[in-house]
Design a protein around this ligand. Structure first.
Ligand code: ADP
Ligand code: MG
Length: 483
């Protein structure tokens, strides 16, 4: 919970998020036109999408399946009967004058999402509903100095609107919610989750109340924020703004605001419309959507292992810490990569190498696990060489650098560079003896109580062995010699 200290007391944020997620499907929600992004303007527009008189919408079964799949992934109630309504409003890129959406009877009801927070704790946030609706077209204001053009390629593309309960209490929680939702959508294959490209868009609803007050304050809605970072910045700004208004005796008016990325502020866009402004009514062209329970069951049977379950399995099967497990399951390709590295090996060591060394290197190179210069098999081999004591962890870092550069296998680098760890007791003892003999003064100091010198001796022996002495053996033998 993030508390804002005002001049008259402490305030608590209340946040609820609405996410529009574009459904992965070849064609649109009620027409056969392609829904693939990137075509020339108006190249993918059927007569239905252009709202020609007399055209009839026909529901796309694939989009229904995707909505049900998402509902199941959110552990939500699937409504076997749902209804499509017309939401009426005028806009140049909405040729029908209404959007087909779902209002009182959505396809998916209450569900939940588990947030993984930075301190390792978890919190559950309620999902209020998920409904299917059409996207609008796009007005293009930047093509001509005195005309606006309309591109209807997006008109009629299926969206899932996913609404949360007002359960979040900080920007961090809102960020964690979006990350987890995005991960679930991607695991399910129902939305690609790319906020920057607009296939996942977020409206932030935020109100403030005095700490301890059970009643919710009046909210403002910040529309279409297109990255997690901007969502968090908008929340920081808007919460302070509302506290200032409230503390100076003002009232928050329910309104829609915009996040101005360049100025870093929210601005009023319009006063908030209410449901009755849209004159919702059931679309007379569409029958209620009735699902066969067997259809829902068949989708349930094909659900993949989702992030929360994968995380629990990584903790129990590989002994990982909750935080490391969350990092690994955040993206499915990372989780898959890790499992290949860990197969038949020390899971904790594998997790460490993937999350620290590999992710660090990929970050620097601007790459992902999918185009990593070091494959999971190759990294697994390196981890194996550490576990069987062929090389030490320190040498392994050197080998890894070389693997990144040359693409050579770990074993080959160890062989070529003669990096094999010295585990021969006699050889290590000889190296220790030589160092102790050359530093008789320091040995005397150590024996008179200067314990810190132990590290100095270790360093010297490592130097003469090229870092190859087995660290555990070196420590043990050195202790004996100095006793
Ligand atoms: P609308 O279409 O009017 O935006 P929705 O029901 O679709 O209404 O969404 C409302 C969103 O606002 C939900 O995410 C809900 O959790 C959130 N919300 C409702 N009341 C408050 C409040 N007082 N403070 C913060 N968020 C709220
Ligand atoms: Mg809204």
């Amino acid at each position: 919970m993030s508390i804002i200290q005002g001049t008259t007391g402490e305030w608590e944020m209340v946040i609820g998020l609405e996410v529009h997620a574009q459904v992965i499907s070849h064609s649109k929600l009620f027409s056969g036109a392609s829904a693939v992004f990137g075509a020339a303007p108006n190249a993918q527009v059927s007569l239905v999408d252009a709202a020609f008189p007399g055209m009839l919408p026909v529901i796309n079964e694939k989009c229904v399946e995707q909505a049900v799949r998402t509902g199941l992934g959110l552990k939500a109630q699937i409504n076997l009967t749902s209804v499509f309504d017309r939401k009426n409003y005028f806009y140049a890129d909405l040729p029908a004058g209404y959007q087909i959406s779902q209002f009182t009877q959505p396809i998916v009801g209450k569900g939940e999402i588990l947030l993984d927070l930075a301190d390792g704790s978890s919190r559950t946030v309620g999902i209020t509903r998920l409904h299917l609706e059409q996207d609008a077209g796009k007005s293009m204001h930047d093509q001509s100095p005195n005309e606006t053009f309309v591109d209807l390629n997006r008109s009629g593309v299926a969206l899932m609107e996913i609404v949360s309960e007002p359960d979040m209490r900080s920007g961090e929680e809102a960020g964690a919610y979006l990350k987890k939702l995005r991960a679930i959508l991607r695991y399910l294959g129902t939305c690609d989750g790319n906020m920057e490209e607009g296939s996942m868009r977020c409206d932030v609803n935020l109100s403030m109340r005095r700490v301890g007050d059970p009643v919710l304050g009046t909210r403002c809605e910040i529309k279409n924020v297109n990255s997690i970072r901007f969502v968090q910045q908008a929340i920081e700004y808007e919460s302070v703004r509302q506290v200032e208004v409230l503390e100076s005796g003002g009232k928050i008016v329910q309104e829609t605001r915009l996040w101005d990325t360049s100025k870093g502020i929210t601005r009023s866009m319009r006063s908030k419309e209410d449901a009755h402004d849209y004159r919702y009514f059931p679309d007379p062209d569409l029958l209620p959507l009735v699902l066969d329970p067997a259809f829902v069951e068949s989708i349930k049977a094909t659900l993949p292992e989702l992030p929360d379950e994968k995380k629990a399995r990584f903790i129990s099967d590989y002994g990982l810490k909750p935080y490391d497990a969350s990092v690994l399951v955040a993206e499915k390709p990372s989780a898959d990569y890790f499992e290949k590295v860990a197969k038949g090996r020390d899971g904790k060591l594998a997790a460490n190498w993937v999350t620290v060394e590999l992710f660090g290197a990929l970050n620097k190179l601007g790459k992902t696990v999918e185009n990593s210069p070091v494959s999971a098999e190759a990294l697994g081999e390196l981890v194996g060489l550490i576990s069987d004591q062929t090389i030490s962890g320190r040498i392994a870092k050197e080998v890894f650098e070389e693997m990144l550069e040359s693409g050579k296998a770990a074993a080959q680098i160890v062989e070529e560079k003669g990096l094999k760890q010295v585990t021969d007791t006699v050889a290590i003892e000889q190296a220790i003896d030589a160092i102790l003999a050359a530093n008789a003064d320091k040995v005397a100091e150590y024996k008179s109580g200067k314990d810190k010198l132990f590290g100095f001796f270790v360093g010297q022996v490592m130097k003469t062995t090229g870092g190859k002495a087995n660290p555990a053996m070196l420590n043990e033998l050195l202790k004996k010699k100095l006793a």
